[in-house]
Design a protein around this ligand. Structure first.
Ligand SMILES: [Zn+2]
Length: 170
């Protein structure tokens, strides 16, 4: 059997504006979140570092699916300053630990989709995915129905991840 592995081809938001203007800052969901008055809880931001923030994916592939996002609106790693990409990798490394501790996964996916054709849901603003995986977590509903079965509500994930990040001093 052939597998087409596309876990992140799920849009972060579903508004038409984002689809039509993937590169623009004013239509970027991450920049809009940063500019909004919403609390970190409502925005699903679990951590703010110096150059990046960590946010729960609103449409997660699995429970605990997080994104590390630079504060700067840059479309690729090459455009981001080294200080930001170095911090991004350090945060990702720490999230690996957080995911292991909270979810005891069988494996972890860490990676980036750069550009629309690369599978990026927010194509104009580069971001790193980190998500826990379990053997056989891609079930019938996911494959056939394109429906994720997520056992944990986002508000609960936010509480757990934030507490663990604080505990681990990320
Ligand atoms: Zn942006």
């Amino acid at each position: 059997m052939d597998y087409l592995w596309t876990p992140w081809r799920y849009r972060y938001v579903s508004s038409k504006t984002d689809e039509s203007s993937p590169e623009s800052r004013e239509h970027c969901v991450f920049c809009r979140i940063l500019a909004s008055e919403a609390s970190d809880r409502d925005a699903l931001i679990v951590h703010r570092a110096e150059h990046n923030f960590v946010i729960l994916n609103r449409y997660p592939y699995t429970s605990g699916h997080m994104l590390v996002v630079p504060f700067d609106h840059v479309a690729s790693l090459a455009e981001a300053p080294c200080t930001a990409t170095e911090e991004m990798m350090r945060l990702t490394r720490q999230l690996e630990r957080v995911l292991r501790s909270l979810y005891a996964p069988d494996g972890i996916n860490i990676g980036m989709n750069i550009g629309r054709a690369g599978g990026a849901g927010v194509a104009g603003h580069v971001h790193m995915h980190a998500l826990p995986r379990w053997i056989a977590d891609s079930n019938f509903a996911t494959v056939i129905g394109e429906t994720r079965v997520l056992p944990e509500a986002l508000a609960v994930t936010w509480e757990r991840v934030r507490a663990e990040i604080e505990r681990a001093s990320v």
